[in-house]
Design a protein around this ligand. Structure first.
Ligand code: R5P
Length: 297
């Protein structure tokens, strides 16, 4: 049985279709003081193996919670759903966090800062039997998990959303840390040169990018990264690649956060195609991670 966070309902239903399981109908609302509460809808169409009445609520099968932690609310949704499933007697709980927020806060930059990734992952894993996430920013943060944990990759699936116009794409990662993503994508496409750029982050929204010696003149470029947040990385890289003669730049990412004016930033930089997955549900989420997650379950 699938329990969905409020922002992941489409992915939750895709996963339910893959697993041939049902999605528990839930309502999220807030009390007058602003506190969140999730409730099981009491209707006549509840899945089998679920009983809810005035005095009790039971679930007699494995529960899979699907909730990308894209907001503070989403973190609360996960821990409330885990508590709900545990108290309902579910024989096992698997928490699937397709996009793992706070993973980029994997170090304390100054004394007096917490390692937020550690704090969050401990909280998300203390009341679940298994924890599954998709392309976390750093696999190392999963060492903070107290549950049986798996990290799966959806980079290869991005190839499904890439109708290529040319025979010789160059697949480029915007920094060395994303080079393995370029390798995975090239392997899934089956051909293409690989490169990675040098990136220096100036602040939350600004980066400096240095191109390498790779000649992009006359080539289609696919930029691939784990996520697009403000769009600063992709936009800065794309502008320079187009200035150096790339015929087109496609932005491919697993997690389309697209904060603030990110879409506009990418468009103004000349990026003509964006391919992303549904770990975060956005208009560009045309590739589903449902089968990737189902295979791990
Ligand atoms: C950072 O290392 C990540 O891999 C992404 O490159 C980064 O999060 C993208 O952020 P933005 O879109 O704000 O440049």
């Amino acid at each position: 049985m699938i329990l969905s966070g409020s922002a992941n309902q489409h992915l939750a239903h895709s996963l339910a279709d893959q697993l041939e399981e049902e999605v528990l109908p839930l309502t999220y609302r807030r009390f007058a003081d602003g506190e969140l509460i999730v409730e099981v809808d009491r209707d006549d169409l509840l899945p089998t193996n679920v009983v809810v009445d005035a005095t009790s609520f039971t679930i007699d099968e494995r529960v899979v919670i699907v909730c990308s932690t894209i907001s503070d609310q989403a973190h609360l949704e996960v821990i409330q759903l885990q508590d709900l499933a545990r108290e309902a007697g579910a024989p096992s709980i698997v928490t699937v966090v397709p996009y793992l927020g706070y993973a980029r806060q994997d170090v304390a930059h100054h004394p007096g800062q917490p390692v937020s990734a550690r704090a969050v992952i401990k909280a998300l894993t203390v009341n679940t039997d298994r924890f599954i996430t998709v392309d976390p920013h750093e696999d190392a943060v999963l060492d903070y998990s107290t549950a049986d944990t798996a990290s799966v990759s959806a980079v290869a699936a991005l190839a499904d959303g890439l109708p290529l116009d040319a025979d010789s794409p160059i697949i480029i990662a915007p920094d060395e840390g994303a080079k393995s993503l370029a390798v995975s994508l090239r392997d899934a496409i089956g051909y293409g040169e690989i490169d990675f750029l040098e990136k220096k982050r100036i602040d939350d929204t600004t980066v400096e990018i240095s191109l390498t010696d790779t000649d992009v003149d006359g080539h289609e470029v696919i930029l691939v990264d784990d996520e697009v947040s403000t769009g600063g990385t992709m936009a800065t890289a794309a502008s320079q690649l187009l200035d150096h003669g790339a015929t087109s730049v496609t932005a491919a990412c697993v997690h389309p956060l697209f904060i603030g004016g990110a879409f506009t930033r990418l468009a103004r930089a000349g990026i003509d195609r964006i391919v992303a997955t549904d770990t975060i549900e956005r208009p560009v989420s045309q590739v589903s991670v449902a089968s990737t997650i189902a295979a791990e379950l």
